[in-house]
Design a binder for this molecule. Structure first.
Ligand SMILES: [Zn+2]
Length: 173
């Protein structure tokens, strides 16, 4: 009986003690990664403006969508049915966001892409507003709200970046 009780406590505790140093040893590389990521981001030359400054340089609709996380009505934007070859830049800071090669017709009424242009283009975060759990897509350079990302896109990524036309500025190749 004593042996059984001893075993039932000791084994989990021993496992915990074994795992603890392992868990700690993982902290250091994670921190290093974050450090390198921060270095990479600073090389991107981030654009920081106050709310007032954004309001001055953007139209009211651009401001509402990119800085206040608004959404343009579907089938209303200038790029949802737009098929020219070129680059889509951030309307706020001109960061290169999407290539027309990755644009596809999603039928949703918003311009849709299956991948951003590079690792310097966008960042994502979980958005729980409006009673939904969605992945928000933002410009990596200036933090502009661009739209949302879903996992029902075409191959090769299977992703759908659903982006507001208002947040984009097209430049032909
Ligand atoms: Zn931007």
């Amino acid at each position: 009986m004593i042996v059984r009780v001893f075993k039932s406590y000791v084994i989990p505790i021993a496992l915990l003690l074994l795992c603890f140093p392992l868990a700690c040893s993982q902290i250091s590389p994670v921190n290093n990664d974050q450090y390198h990521e921060l270095e990479g981001e600073s090389m991107l030359d981030k654009v920081m403006k106050t709310d007032e400054e954004w309001r001055e340089v953007l139209t009211p609709q651009q401001y509402e969508i990119t800085r206040k996380k608004g959404t343009e009505p579907p089938f209303s934007g200038k790029y949802y049915d737009f098929k020219a070859n070129g680059l889509y830049k951030c309307v706020c800071c001109s960061n290169d966001l999407f290539d027309s090669d990755t644009k596809f017709d999603s039928g949703t009424g918003w311009p849709s892409f299956w991948a951003p242009m590079s690792e310097q283009s966008v960042e994502t975060s979980v958005d729980t507003s409006h009673g939904m759990v969605r992945v928000e897509v933002m410009c990596l350079r200036c933090g502009a709200h661009l739209g949302h990302m879903f996992d029902d896109g075409p191959q090769p990524t299977g992703l759908r970046y659903c982006i507001n036309s208002v947040a984009l500025d097209f430049v032909a190749n």
